[in-house]
Design a protein around this ligand. Sequence first.
Ligand code: ATP
Length: 575
Amino acid sequence: MRFEELSGYFLELESITKRLEMFDILSEAFSKADKKDISKIVYFMQEELLPPFFNIQLGVADKMVEKAISGAYGTDINAVKAAYKKMGDLGEVAEKYAKTDKKSSLSVSEVYDDIFQIARISGEGSVEAKVHSLSTLLKEVSALEAKYIIRFVMGKLRLGVGEATIMEALSKAKTGERKLKPSLERAFNLCSDLGHVAEVFYGGGEEAIKKFKVEVMRPIRPALAERMPSAEAIIKKLGKCAVDQKFDGFRAQVHKDGNEVKIFSRNLEDITHFMPEIVDAVKLLNHKKMIFDGEALTYDEDTNTLYPFQITIQRKRKHNIKEVSENYPLRLFVFDLMLLDNTDLMNESYKSRREEIDRIFNQESTISKSKIIITDDSEEFTKFFEETIGAGLEGVVAKKLDAPYSAGARNFNWIKIKRSYKSLLNDTIDMAILGYFKGRGMRANFGIGAVLGGVYNKNTDMFETVTKVGSGFSEEQFKELRKMLDDIKVSNKPARINSVMVPDVWVLPKYVITVKADEITRSPTHTCGQEGGIGYALRFPRAVSFIRNDKGVEDVNTTHEIIEMFKNQKKVELK
Ligand code: ATP
């Protein structure tokens, strides 16, 4: 496919207001693509060069883009700057100065490869080299292409396309129906790379996608836990189950291939460099190939106690990792095993995966295992839970004994119960920021007084509003928030937001915050779970986190979870 044609689809996507239109455009674009281009088209739609675990950033700043435009079109740099100030979008500036009659014949892959090379340039003189390469590329393309190339390299394509829509559209493009979405989703859950999945699908069709398997060094999308309020409820649901200690540290998915080790976070970023002591310990394990899941925490080897989470989290901010790892070493508590040498354990039962864990790991080393009991007695369950939180841990996770590893899914194969659940609303709620309201009084100075928060409806792939949050942010945070949100603001409601409330400024769903509230109530103001015009809303919400970098917007709480919390909250009140 030519990049010019893809740019035409970007242009169409810019003006739509409904998710269905987005689906139609993507299906058409994908149906015109061949195996050679499809992964790149998918990455462009996802607004990334590669998935986050490849750790490749574009790193093209405003100033560099201004210079590249000026160089490409021979326009005075001050004119470029002035136009940017006026138009607020360097993509449009490039479009304005590009020669409008220029037609390009570059393919999607050629443009992608050029941008990839620009991202790879590093070291001394890299700024000039990047500007030069970008400028050269701009000279070769049309005005429309220039607009989207610039937006893409600046991370401002703002199409708002979600993974679910991409998978549905890929299925439609190849088979005429959406029916292969579940198979594509399964493959995506196993490798976390939609471009790769699309390429395999275009190469080998339905058969190849159904045969898709986990591969070492490609992160598996993590299994997640549902929540329930009591041991009794969990035993009723699962019968005899394993009760596993719940640690509060960094989730770490470890991949080992001989002497090579990689560690991925909850959000599938490559965090190997944060954990040198874990890497060294993994290298010593007696198996060539392994993929396992665990939680890493700072552990005091002298007293056999865990340090508080605040100490563990410091690791992410420090630069002197080597020194920190000597003073505050991490211990990894393994709680699942997905691949062992040439055996894929994903579809084995939890019970047999755990037996392998018990065979391989002990409870005294840098790579340790969590402690579990197996029971169908709620009193025994509660006793273990009390002992666990008594030891300073966060709670327990109950595990269904015959369940496979549910990659990328939150279901009742794992059920968490935490110290804080007296009523379910003592738990926090993660939500996506969908827009903001300009403040009144004091906050008018920051130009932001509250944000519109939404949860994710998995069935419809839409974000539904659940509350407006104005408290819990410091002045500094409000200022920073304003800057971050202005960077992703859009003039109309994005196609994947369902809202009756209209904020002063809409933003593309990108950032996640964690909120605490007193109660969930029924309300006509919010669209979460809306039926007959009445939805669910949070009462007295306050932010308890700033932007959560460890979560993507599709990882926020779901509409379904809010409804469950609402029901359980009623049960607690009745007691
Ligand atoms: P979630 O990760 O479920 O979206 P969250 O970020 O709020 O939600 P929690 O509700 O605290 O996290 O619990 C889930 C997390 O608990 C897992 O992602 C994992 O990092 C951690 N965890 C700790 N111990 C275990 C264990 N034994 N089994 C499974 N997960 C565990």
